[in-house]
Design a protein around this ligand. Sequence first.
Ligand code: ITT
Length: 204
Amino acid sequence: MRRTRIWMGTSNDHKYMEAREVLAEYGVELERLDIDRVEIQADDPELIAEYSLRVLDVDVPILIEDAGLYIDKYYGFPGPYSSYALRTIDNEGILKLLEGETERGARYLSAVAFRDGDTGVTFTGEVTGRIATEMRGTNGFGYDPIFIPDEGDGRTFGEMKPAEKAGISHRARAFRKLGEWLREGQPTRRGAGTGTGLSRSSSP
Ligand code: ITT
């Protein structure tokens, strides 16, 4: 099986654009389905993405991505509440939570659940870093102005060009795995692993 045209169910333009760029490297054309997906409350982005995908009743090869920012000091908060935290306390609130803190470690996680007929698979990606002491940069979206990746040169994702972010981001890592899997055309055993009809890859 080799798909060159698949769909992403998301309400987020930025996520879609970033994912589309990565999959294009693999010759995969990513179309968009503008939906408000159903999300369960869980800590694990893989479970959240897989559930949202399972209850999505569409008949095309489709994926759902769940992503978020996990701050070490706060046991992973905002994590699955990343959208909510941005809508409420926003980046200023996160900076306030960490005011005067030296322990500023954080990570972005991404889980991509894909389904094509009876075949399903989930891939994950991660990037570790730290929370800046102030907002810097206007590129990217969401938490990017306050996230400094470990693999960078001290700039936030907000200060990086899209291609630089894509070199190391959680999303790019998860979508590259999907791109490789689609390119290889690897068959996945139906129902393997999770009991959701989806099988999993390892991370990062
Ligand atoms: P969909 O569920 O419709 O796809 P969403 O915006 O709710 O869109 P997520 O639940 O996956 O997406 O992500 C939660 C929030 O985490 C998201 O709204 C962003 O604000 C933030 N986020 C995720 N990935 C990010 C990234 O690469 N850079 C900055 N913020 C990010």
